[in-house]
Every structure is written in C-alpha cells, then in structure tokens.
Design a protein around this ligand. Structure first.
Ligand SMILES: Cc1cc2nc3c(=O)[nH]c(=O)nc-3n(C[C@H](O)[C@H](O)[C@H](O)COP(=O)(O)OP(=O)(O)OC[C@H]3O[C@@H](n4cnc5c(N)ncnc54)[C@H](O)[C@@H]3O)c2cc1C
Length: 463
C-alpha cells in the first residue's frame, strides 16, 4: 500500500478495535487503518472463551482502591452505553446478579466497612446478609441441606449489566467503524507486523508481505506490544511476565457472578464462579494464575517472542526474587502450577472452589481445555516491581504502545479515549466532544480524563 495513513492501529482485539471505532466516529482524522495478524478480530485474549467476561465496575473488586474503583466504573459505563445502543445488544452485554462473598469474621468485617465507603458511589450496591445470599445464590448459602456454619456476608447487586462478550464487542466496533467511516477506514487481516521503523516524520510498518506508512501508530497487540516497542527503541526498562489463566466447568450451580475477597498479599484476584455467556447450563470457575513462557496461550510459536521481550537480566531477577520471597506468593505460584497437573488439579481446585459452594463435589469439576488467555504483566526494572493492570508507553513522537491485562477489556473504550486524545493532539485533528459525551459519557462528568494518570502508571488486577 503506497497510501500514508494518519493513524495506523496494530492489533484487532477489543483495545485496537475500540480505538478504530472512536477515532473514526469522533475525530476528523483522515485515514485510519487497523492491521490484525489473524483472519478475524479478537482471536487472542479478547476471544469470548479466553477471559472472565466480567464488566468490572469496581464495587465488588476488593483489591481496588476507591479511586481505582471509580475510574473503572466510568470505563465500564462507556462500554454499557455503547453496547446497549447497538441492534445486537443481546449478543454483547448480559445481566446477571453479582456479589463478592466474605467468609469468616475478618472478611465479613472488611466487606461491611467497604460497603460504607462504596455505597454512596454505587446506588445499586447492597450489603447482602445470609438470607439475601440464600435467595440469590442458594448453593452459596447452604451446606449439606442446612445453612453453612461459617459466617458469610456479601456485597452485590441483582439487576446490573455484569458480563460482556468482548469478542462480539470487538467485532461490533470494527463493523461500526467500517460502516460509519467509509473510505477513511481500512481493515487488513492476516497482516502480522514484524518491524516498525521511524523514517523522518513517518513510521514504516513491515508485515513481511507489505510495507505500510503512517504518521502515527497505536500498538494494541497484547504482550507483543512490548516487543514492537523495543523494536522501535522504547520501553527497554520493561520486561513482561505472562500469567496464564485456566478455568474449570461444573454443571450450572450459580445464577450469577460470585467473586471472593482478595488476599492483599497476592498480586492476582482470587477465583470466582459465574455463567459463561457462550456455554449455557454450566458454571465456569477460575481463572488460575500460572506463569508461562509464551505471549499467546496454546501458541508455542510465541515462546521465541517471549524470550525476545523478557530480556532476563539481574534487574528482572530482582523483581522475581522479591515476589518469591513472600511466602503467600510463593505458595500461591506453586499451587497454581499444581492446578495444571492432571489428576492432582481437580482435587486442589475443589478446595478453593468450596469456599464459594461448600457442597461442590470432585465429580462436578471438569478442566476447561483450551479456555483462558494470558495476562501480559509488565516488570518495571527501574522501580523493581511487577506492574498490575494496564500499562501504556506514550513515546510522545506519535507512537503509543498498550499492554492490557485485566481489567483491560472493561477499559477498552476509556483506553481508546486516552489514545484518541493523544493522537488527535499529535496530528492536530479535531474531536467532536459533544457527540462523544452524548453517546459514550451520557453526563458522566466524574473522573473526566484530565484526572486520569494517563495510565503510564499501573492499577491493580482483577480477572
Ligand atoms: C484469564 C483472563 C481473564 C480475564 N478476565 C477479564 C475480565 O473479566 N474483564 C476484563 O475487563 N478483562 C479481563 N481480562 C483481560 C482482557 O482479556 C484483556 O485486557 C483484553 O482482552 C485485551 O485486549 P487487547 O485487544 O488489548 O489484546 P488482545 O485481545 O490480546 O488482542 C491483541 C491483538 O493483537 C494482535 N496482534 C498481536 N501481535 C500482532 C502483530 N505483530 N501484528 C498484528 N496483530 C498482532 C493479536 O492477534 C490480537 O488480535 C482477562 C484476561 C485473562 C487472560
């Protein structure tokens, strides 16, 4: 293609497709392209089966601070505003009851205190006592035909949108961008970007078969984003720790999403059980958290991509050593390793899942083969820490790189907003603010984008 694109997006997951949509709908950026290496959008972490399908709103994620919770709430509302105005709403977004369950005195007390802090900001949030839990999720409240003996309380709501098919959402974004953008929008599949170079004020993007040119680029390629950033000479102070998540299925035991309280010493969210929007009649459990040397789950060809981006050195070792020093993290990593071992895994996972449903039986659990993706967690070598949540490298020269572990799918439109603003400023393009606010924010002025820390810093994870 000899055409020079004003904006070229790499990666057609929910992050890249959301940017394609907002840039084509709310800006006057001239020519926009999206390059995706597979034959369709959202084949990697945004695939319907590879994530937990949760629309994280911040109210039941006990590992979020109030500030983080409210930012995620704003992001979730943007997805809700988009999805509920689409003709195929029934394929995009779903209502289920949701709750975070506290078991034992300490967790119940924590949830009661959290309710005081959160309820002014979440009008639908309820403190659920055992009777309420028994009404909404009987399997959680009963053990052996009687009320379970341990103290339980939950925070939750019953009638909100709580689940999203992020694969369907990505397809919808692409479709709408193509429909509304006409000739301004080009979408190219089967184009794997191998190198990005800078030549004067242009970026040269090489895919092996074709060379594209662009004035600005946004790379939304999951863990591969960091490899492409390194290729262009940015982000060498980051390495990546890919953390896979696996799931189990049981017959349908839960009506909605039941999360558990986070152990605050652990970097990853505790397991939960919920319906799978594409697998009726089952409850899905997980995700586990297993460190694997690949950038895409079940794609061993990405081992070499991982090795290129991991760049193991003393600084990476220091971060890993700090993590392994903490007994809770060490035990948790070991346990998650065992969660993958056939025969052993079912029994071990059962112990954790019984915190939610005490009567769950060994025979109920089935390992979900080929289900679950990879969370590309960044290692910040300079600050000697593992970063949780999404991360962004904005080079300031018209190239942005997004790394998007959970809750990256929930934050797709908000992340797209940040990038749209940065790219529009760089190119001197105009944003139709009124239309953007009318369609995606709907009067939600809290935590407007100026308050956001541009995601150069990280937030916590909640898969
Ligand atoms: C187990 C698990 C559970 C999760 N649960 C949740 C949840 O409940 N809620 C939530 O909000 N988030 C959740 N997440 C996170 C969420 O899945 C991701 O944040 C989101 O899918 C990221 O979307 P993305 O478009 O950035 O990346 P991806 O979906 O991974 O898309 C990246 C795209 O880039 C393409 N690509 C890669 N390299 C190249 C290249 N060189 N050239 C061209 N294209 C390329 C890929 O083919 C892919 O299509 C979960 C993640 C995991 C792993």
């Amino acid at each position: 293609m000899s055409q020079v694109f004003d904006l070229l997006i790499v990666g057609g997951g929910v992050t890249g497709s959301a940017l394609l949509y907002v840039a084509s709908r709310y800006t006057d950026i001239g020519h926009i392209a999206l390059l995706e290496k597979y034959a369709a959008p959202a084949r990697v972490n945004s695939l319907h089966s590879n994530n937990s399908q949760t629309l994280h709103c911040g109210d039941i994620e006990t590992n979020y601070s109030l500030d983080k919770a409210l930012k995620v709430q704003r992001a979730a509302r943007m997805v809700e505003h988009y999805a509920t105005t689409q003709p195929d709403i029934d394929h995009l977004i779903f209502r289920y009851p949701k709750m975070v369950l506290g078991v034992g005195e300490r967790e119940c007390e924590l949830l009661r205190r959290r309710f005081e802090v959160l309820s002014p900001h979440y009008p639908n949030l309820r403190l659920l006592e055992p009777n309420d839990i028994a009404r909404i999720e009987p399997a959680v409240a009963f053990a052996g035909g009687r009320r379970r003996p341990d103290e339980i309380v939950a925070l939750g709501s019953e009638s909100e949108y709580t689940a999203v098919n992020y694969e369907a959402l990505a397809r919808s974004f692409v479709r709408q961008a193509q429909r509304g953008g006409g000739n301004r929008v080009a979408v190219e599949y089967n184009q794997r970007v191998r190198h990005i170079r800078r030549h004067h004020d242009r970026f040269l993007i090489e895919t092996g078969t074709t060379s594209f040119q662009a004035r600005s680029i946004v790379v939304c390629a999951g863990g591969h984003s960091l490899r492409l950033a390194h290729d262009l000479g940015f982000g060498h102070h980051y390495s990546v720790l890919p953390v896979a998540g696996s799931y189990y299925f049981t017959p349908q035991i839960l009506r909605g999403k039941v999360y558990t309280v986070q152990n605050d010493k652990l970097p990853f969210a505790a397991i939960h059980g919920d319906p799978d929007v594409n697998v009726p009649g089952k409850t899905r459990w997980g995700p586990t958290a297993l460190v694997l040397p690949v950038l895409e789950r079940y794609n061993w060809e990405t081992v070499k991509d991982f090795l290129r981006v991991f760049q193991f050195d003393r600084k990476v070792w220091n971060v890993l050593f700090d993590l392994l020093k903490v007994p809770d993290i060490r035990n948790y990593m070991f346990k998650n390793l065992l969660f993958e071992v056939p025969v052993l895994r079912r029994g071990l996972f059962l112990r954790d899942a019984r915190k939610i449903v005490p009567d769950l039986r060994y025979g109920d659990l089935r390992f979900a083969h080929h289900v679950g993706g990879i969370r590309p967690q960044l290692i910040d070598k300079e600050h000697r820490r593992l970063m949780m949540g999404e991360a962004k490298i904005d080079t300031g020269v018209g190239a942005i790189f997004n790394m998007t572990p959970s809750p990256g799918a929930t934050c797709c439109l908000e992340n797209a907003e940040v990038d749209m603003r940065a790219v529009a400023a760089f190119l001197g393009a105009t944003i139709d603010e009124q239309r953007f606010e009318r369609e995606l924010l709907i009067g939600d002025h809290r935590h407007v984008i100026g308050d956001l820390p541009a995601y150069l810093i990280s937030g916590p994870d909640a898969a």
